[in-house]
Structure formats: structure tokens, C-alpha cells
Write a protein that binds this ligand. Sequence first.
Ligand code: AMP
Ligand code: MG
Length: 486
Amino acid sequence: MNEFGFNFNNTYKDLPNSFYQSAAATPVDFPNLVAFNDDLAKKLGLNHDALNSTEGAHIFSGNQWPDGSAQIAQAYAGHQFGSFTMLGDGRAVLIGEQMTPDGGRYDIQLKGAGQTAFSRMGDGRAPIGPMLREYIISEALHALEIPTSRSLAVVTTGEAVTREEMLPGGILTRVASSHLRVGTFEYAVRAEGENDHKVLADYAIERHYPELKELPEDEKYLQFLHAVVDKQASLISKWMLVGFIHGVMNSDNMAISGETIDYGPCAFMDEYHPATKFSSVDVGGRYQFQNQPGIGQWNLARFAETLLDLLHEDKETAKELAQEALSRFGKLYESHFLSGMREKLGIIEAGEDDGEFAEELLNLMVEHEADYTETFRLLSLDRIEESELFRQEGFEAWYAKWQQKLERQNVSKEDAFELMKSVNPAVIPRNHLVEEALNEAMHHGDYSYFHNLNEVLKRPFEDNHDDIYKNPPKAEEVVHQTFCGT
Ligand code: AMP
Ligand code: MG
């Protein structure tokens, strides 16, 4: 432990050497701390007063390393838009694995800290905009109770980065229960050591699924695969229930822990449409909203392939076992999604037609271009008659059915509404608000929009926020495209 509260225990370096390269962040001239997450610092056991300072700015820019830091970039590979590539942390450096007061272990990583051995043609830097975006959206997901990496700090570097235009540079300090990805396994099976993937699997089990580690080998790796399938089915159902679009679900951006990681051109939907996509680089719409469960399963198939020889010595049997594990994804996803939808609609006593019934509402929302978040919140507040949707053809019939369902169940309507209010957010990081916060910060040096938005997003299930945070965008405010800023 040191004055800042860093308490590192760096286990990743115990993996074979080819899993990482040492990496020293390239110093920056004028680091300025523009965001610092007090709550998260406390949770990590860090000394927030010491870090929310000029010295903190030097630490969170990589100018100064706390004692015991790891200073490595991790190797990985991945399927990007379906094509395999060797990757690695091209612009991220691990400060260390922080041991928290409650016994947790979290990677603390600088993103945008300069070139590493994996930078390929890149400059290792990031514009400030996308780092602020990751801060806002990852913290918003956390407040929505969706597993995610977190954001501890953002600094501006005082240097410009060259993209299509010159932009102010930024570095994000990201916190994750690990940065092990499907892509880390894709790397491991191609690494030097014959057993590297097994070593990695044992490491991942120890770190994320310790309950499996005592199992005999012929069960352990299969159960590991099942566990990751479960975690991803649950995670992706949560995205789908709040209208979140990750935007770049490459296999290197899928975490073994089941946390959402690697925020790029991600966004929340305003108007509900299953084919929604925002990412400027996702030309074919591979990662559009409705494709997310299917892509999740596709990535898990790439993961399963890396474990085949650990599942069974007979190749055919191994494939069958993997197939069986993967085929559970669809059922698990459907069941998580359906129970989530029931909650969103206040249905506590399950009925057989609930799935169809929810689908009818979603179809009406598509047809009448209804706002996803606002519709569910107004339903939760018993104020749906204030919406445009309420007056649209077909809604009355659906609404009557819903009333019947609520009245028929052995639970008071008030209890149903309470449940709904606890799962249907009143505020989400709406694109137009995110863009406004980023623009004000980037072009006018005014961070108040960014900070105010973050404050609001900490309490997504409360209604006592200014209308500007709750209302859907006006026609002229709608954002159609988002950029990843790599
Ligand atoms: P991402 O789109 O952030 O998931 O990144 C995909 C890959 O590109 C990762 O290996 C990154 O480390 C790398 N990368 C992204 N931006 C840069 C950059 N500016 N410099 C070097 N590598 C980068
Ligand atoms: Mg990535």
C-alpha cells in the first residue's frame, strides 16, 4: 500500500511471457484531471483526496507510476467484423491489479497512454471525446445494474491527436474485473506454448469462476465454457432490455468475466427499432441492435473452438460437447429476456402468452416510432395516456389486455408499478445529451454538461430530474451516427 492507496498484486505477469509486453506510457506535457470518480475510488480502496490532484493527473496520464505497478500491454487476437486479426493493447497500459478492501481484484488500465508493442500503425492515443463518452456510458450502465468495466478518471493530455481533424488528446483510466477476452483465448491457441490456452483457462477460472477450480479436468473446462455462455446470455439480455447497442461486438471486445467492455461507437436507442445502428464503421449493420444475441453466440463459438482439446480427447465428442453448450445460449437468452420483459411490464405472475404480448407492444412501438425508454417509463408511472402512442391505432387493444393482466394477478397494481419503476429507467445517456456534453467539453472547455449528465445518470430510476434529461430528442436533435475514435 502507498499514500494513494494503490495495493497491487499483479498476477497477469505470471502467465507465459508471450501474453504481454512491457509498456511504459509515453509522458504527456500538460496532464489535466477533468473527471475523477470518487465513489469508485472509495470502492477500490484508493485515497481519493490524494488522487484528485495534480499528482493524480500525473498518475492517470502515465507520467508517474505508483509503486508496484505492472506496466504491461496485453496480447490478444480477435475476429473484427468477422475476420481474424492479431491484436493486443495498442493504446492501453495496465497500471496494475488493485486488491480492494473487500477482497476484490480489479485491473486498472490507462487507455490512450501512447504506443506499445501492439500499436501496429496506430499512435497509441485517443481523442478526449471518446474517452469522455466511455466514462459517461460505462458509468451509466453500472447505475443501470448492468455488468461493465468502470471509469475512474479522465485526463486531457494538452497534446493534439491527428484524426480527420486535430483533436485534443485524452486518457481514460478504466477499471475492469479483468481484461481477459474471447480474443485472449484466440491468441492463446496460436501462442508459442502448446499448453498456453490451458494455462490461460486455469487463470481465468481462478479469477472469475473459482467455484470450478476443484473440478476434475474433464468437467472443469466444459463447465467454464457453460459459465461464460451463461454470463454472456445474461449480459446481452440486459443490453436488449434497456435498448443499448454496443456497436462493435468483435470477439476481442467480449469479456470472459461477462462485463461490458470496450466502449466505442456504443449508444442507446431513442425510437424503438430492432434494426437500429449508430456506428459509422458498421456499414453492413452486423452489430445492429437486433443482431446482438446472435453475434454474442457467434463470438462464443469462437471461444468454444479455443477450448476443444480441453473438453475431450476425442475430437468428435469435444465438438458435440461444445455444440451443446453453445446451443444453450439461445434458450438462456430467451428466458432472461422474457423475465426481464415481464418485469418491465409489471407481470409478476407469468402467463404463457407474455412473450407474444411484449412483442405486440414492441411492434406497435416500431409502427408508431415510439421512444423506447419513455414508453416503458410512462407505463410504469401509469401515465401512458400522455404519450402519442396512446392515441395510435392498435394501442387501445393492447392496453386493455395489459390492464386485464395486471388486474388478474394476485398482486396489487401498486406493487406492479413499483417493480416496473425499478427496472425501466427514467433517464439514459441519450445520444444528443452525450454529444452535447462532449462538444461543450471539447470545443469550449466547459465540462459542466459532462458532470451534470453524469450526476443525473447515477440515479436512473428516479423521476426528479430536469425534463431535458428525460425527454426524447426533438426532431432536430436526433443523432444518427456515432464514431469510435480509434
Ligand atoms: P478497439 O476498436 O478499441 O477495440 O481497438 C481494436 C484494436 O486496435 C486494439 O488492438 C487496439 O489496441 C487498437 N487500437 C485502437 N486505436 C488505436 C490507436 N490509436 N493506436 C494504436 N492502437 C489502437
Ligand atoms: Mg477492443
